[in-house]
Design a protein. Structure first.
Length: 728
């Protein structure tokens, strides 16, 4: 055997590693492995090397080991890695039960009532032997506890009913049902106890029993509920503090009012008025304000009775406007002024006296007879009137009316009305009174008309609205009423046009861009009764017709296509989808009628052929074949009839469509000519398309076991679109 050759190098001999080395036996000529390190003898020349192909096998084994190791590691990781959670947005009723349970659990974390109810319903829908029943029951307990947590949050926010409604969805068979019931009962008890304590505290505050109120508030603070022992406790405590402050302020005011001077009474009233309206003690404060204001009126009357009219008027004016007796104070001021005027007049000034008496009488008519100073003042006016009656007459009234001022005219009216019915100039006086009243109303209402016209000159919505508001001040039955109403109608129309014109213009622009649905929706914003309503409705009708035509034309095209291939029943069903009231409804019904007649004729021919096939039982097979031949001839003879009918019907359909399109273009208007032209071109193309050549032959006749022909009624499975959809 030849000894293997080794390569040697000039370098020193190599030492083998600790694992295993290769040595050469000179006697046996074989390669052996050993665990002992071998030192090659130092020789001059080349040192021996590894045999050829040695590293190839080593690398091959290394690659095998690495491949198997990588595969095993990947498989182990695949087994140990948790699968990704399901996408709950894509979950459905046919998803895996585990995925649905996982998504139900995730949805309950939102706290939404409907999500939690759906989760409970999912578990309850499973049978008792469902593999996930135990896990679902455990999750029901978790969901119930989660509900209690969310309900506690609502309870702490003061929403007891919301908390009860939230946990009420827990089903009776839930593992945590009893726990939920105990929680609900506890919440209700604490809430009722809190309401009772708060009510008792408020009643104690109303009666100003501050100590008792404080004890009730302390009891509220001890309740085992965050809403009551924190929020409501602080609110009641603050309310108690404010009530006591109000009481203290009222006591200070009472001490000031004890001085019984006009100034001290006014100061006490102002201090008492500072009590908050939300406090219980405000009712007592209002009583005190009324009492002290009444004392001011008594001081004013006392000064007037002493002929100190200025002082009486001054004191009466001290009564504030928020006082309950403020109206009475104004009446006393008027009566005092009237007494002052009458007392300072003399018989040498009859016109001035007459004017004063007229004013005084008018004032007395507006004042209740139970007012202070009323009787004294009325006696003075009656006495003075008796002395100077009829000193002036119609001439005086006419002279006053020449001023042409509302006050002067009213004074003239009052003067003329003083003439008794039995006096000879009574009729003339009443005629003048009627004329002066009209003049007063004209003078009073003319500024409204002038201001309204001036406001309307701005030609803006605000200007027109201001004008309308001023013109509406002219009441019914007044001389300028008709003029005012005419202007109001005109300005209202202008407002509506200004407001709705942008909407209408936008709708027209949308229609110009072929956005008809948006145009209809936009134009529908113009309400009934407005200035542009009729114009908008005309456009809407045209646009809806166009929309319906565009929607239903593919259906009709499909029906014609089916009919051209001899599928008449399918064509009828397809055309029946066009509902009543839509633009192509009548065209569809005409086509259905034609196809029904043609189909009935075909069915009649088939029935005749079937009867001839079944009639003579004695006919031979050859006769039967001759029947088939005649039947085929019959069938073929029917074909041209249908084709002729179809061809003859096509032009009428095209003509109808062209005429419809032409009518639409006219309705569209000059402003939308481009859109109409586009639509006409589409219609023309469609007419060319819907007249295909009829098929040369129909489908084969049905088998001898012939079923009755279906009724030509329209199928009820399809619900045609509502023709008024775009008008809503």
């Amino acid at each position: 055997m030849a000894t293997p050759q080794f390569e040697h190098s000039s370098q020193p001999a190599l030492e083998a590693s600790a694992s295993s080395d290769v040595v050469v036996s000179s006697d046996a000529g074989m390669i052996a492995e050993t665990s002992q390190p071998i030192v090659y003898p130092k020789k001059r020349g080349k040192r021996p090397g590894v045999p050829k192909g040695f590293w190839g096998w080593q690398l091959l084994w290394l690659f095998f080991l690495l491949g198997f190791g990588t595969t095993a590691t990947g498989a182990l990781l695949w087994l140990l890695t948790t699968p990704p959670p399901p996408n709950c947005e894509e979950i459905s009723a046919i998803s895996a039960a585990g995925d649905r349970l996982h998504c139900a659990d995730q949805s309950t974390k939102s706290g939404k009532l409907e999500d939690i109810q759906a989760a409970f319903a999912l578990v309850n829908s499973w049978p008792e032997d469902h593999p996930l029943q135990n896990q679902g029951r455990q999750m029901m307990r978790e969901w119930s506890q989660r509900l209690i947590f969310f309900a506690n949050q609502r309870l702490e926010a003061g929403d007891l009913q919301g908390a009860l409604d939230l946990v009420a969805v827990v089903p009776a068979d839930s593992p945590a049902y009893e726990e939920v019931q105990r929680a609900m009962a506890s919440w209700q008890n604490y809430w009722d106890e809190g309401l009772n304590l708060a009510r008792q505290a408020e009643n104690a505050m109303k009666s100003q029993d501050w100590n008792q109120a404080f004890r009730y508030i302390q009891a509220v603070g001890k309740l085992n509920n965050v809403h009551w022992n924190t929020k409501r406790f602080n609110e009641l405590l603050d309310r108690l503090s404010l009530e006591r402050q109000g009481e203290q302020r009222l006591k200070e005011a009472a001490n000031i009012a004890k001085r019984s001077t006009p100034e001290s009474l006014v100061e006490a009233i102002e201090l008492a008025n500072k009590v908050d309206e939300q406090l219980f003690i405000v009712s007592l404060a209002k009583k005190e304000i009324t009492s002290w204001s009444q004392k001011l009126l008594e001081l004013a009357v006392s000064a007037t009775e002493k002929q100190d009219f200025d002082q009486g008027i001054k004191i009466a004016r001290m009564v504030p406007s928020y006082s309950p007796v403020h109206r009475e104070a104004k009446d006393i001021i008027l009566l005092t002024e009237l007494q002052q005027v009458i007392s300072n007049q003399s018989l040498g000034q009859p016109l001035l006296q007459m004017a004063t008496l007229i004013e005084g009488q008018a004032a007395l008519e507006r004042i209740p007879s139970d007012r202070l100073l009323y009787q004294e003042t009325k006696a003075m006016v009656d006495d003075a009137s008796a002395k100077i009656q009829d000193l002036v007459g119609i001439q005086l009234a006419s002279t006053i009316a020449k001023v042409n001022h509302p006050w002067a005219l009213q004074l003239a009216i009052d003067q003329a009305q003083m003439i008794a019915p039995e006096r000879p100039r009574r009729l003339q006086a009443q005629t003048l009174v009627a004329h002066w009243r009209n003049e007063v109303q004209r003078i009073q209402d003319r500024p409204y008309i002038l201001i309204a016209r001036e406001a309307a000159r701005t030609e803006t919505v605000d200007g027109f609205r201001t004008a309308v508001a001023y013109a509406e001040n002219v009441a019914l039955g007044r001389p300028l009423r008709i003029e005012a109403q005419t202007l109001i109608a005109e300005w209202t129309k202008r407002i509506q046009i200004i407001e709705d014109q942008p909407i209408f213009s936008e709708a027209l622009a949308l229609a110009q861009d072929h956005k008809l649905s948006e145009a209809v929706k936009k134009a529908s914003e113009i309400g009934r009764g407005r200035a542009l309503y009729n114009d908008a409705q005309e456009k809407i009708a045209a646009w809806v017709t166009t929309i319906q035509t565009a929607e239903d034309q593919p259906i009709l095209d499909s029906a014609y296509s089916l009919a051209s291939r001899g599928r008449l029943t399918a064509a009828i069903n397809e055309a029946s989808k066009i509902g009543s009231g839509r633009a192509l409804y009548f065209e569809a019904r005409n086509a259905i009628a034609r196809w029904s007649a043609e189909r009935n004729a075909i069915w009649a021919s088939q029935r005749a052929a079937e009867e001839s096939y079944r009639a003579p039982a004695r006919q031979s097979y050859d006769n039967s074949r001759s029947y088939e031949s005649s039947y085929s001839d019959n069938w073929s003879s029917n074909e041209p009839s249908y084709s002729d009918n179809w061809s003859s019907n096509e032009p009428s359909y095209s003509n109808n469509w062209d005429s419809y399109s032409s009518g639409y273009s006219d309705n569209w208007g000059s402003n939308e000519s481009s859109y109409s032209n586009n639509w006409d071109s589409y219609s023309s193309g469609y007419s060319d398309y819907v007249a295909p050549a009829p098929a040369p032959a129909y489908e084969p006749a049905p088998a001898p076991a012939y079923e009755p022909a279906p009724a030509p009624a329209i199928s009820g499975d399809y619900s045609a679109p509502d023709s008024n959809f775009f008008l809503e």
